[in-house]
Design a protein around this ligand. Structure first.
Ligand SMILES: [Zn+2]
Length: 71
């Protein structure tokens, strides 16, 4: 949870949400958060544009590591 990847930092908050509200509520919230608001397609953490063309509020790739593991 302490490395440079933003999606790793959500682990604790996700577990706390599941403990408080249950896994079904978490799955429902995740499905909503990670679907394109325009077309409903699945979107990913660092995706800047949906296949439908809508711009997305993506997380920033870490400067280090990004070029090594994702280019
Ligand atoms: Zn879309």
């Amino acid at each position: 949870m302490t490395d440079e990847w933003p999606h790793h930092r959500t682990a604790r908050a996700n577990l706390e949400f599941i403990r408080a509200h249950g896994k079904d509520a978490w799955l429902s919230a995740q499905r909503k958060e990670w679907s394109c608001p325009s077309c409903g397609s699945d979107i990913m953490w660092y995706q800047r544009q949906c296949s439908c063309g809508r711009g997305l509020d993506a997380w920033e790739l870490p400067a280090r590591g990004a070029s090594r593991s994702h280019d």
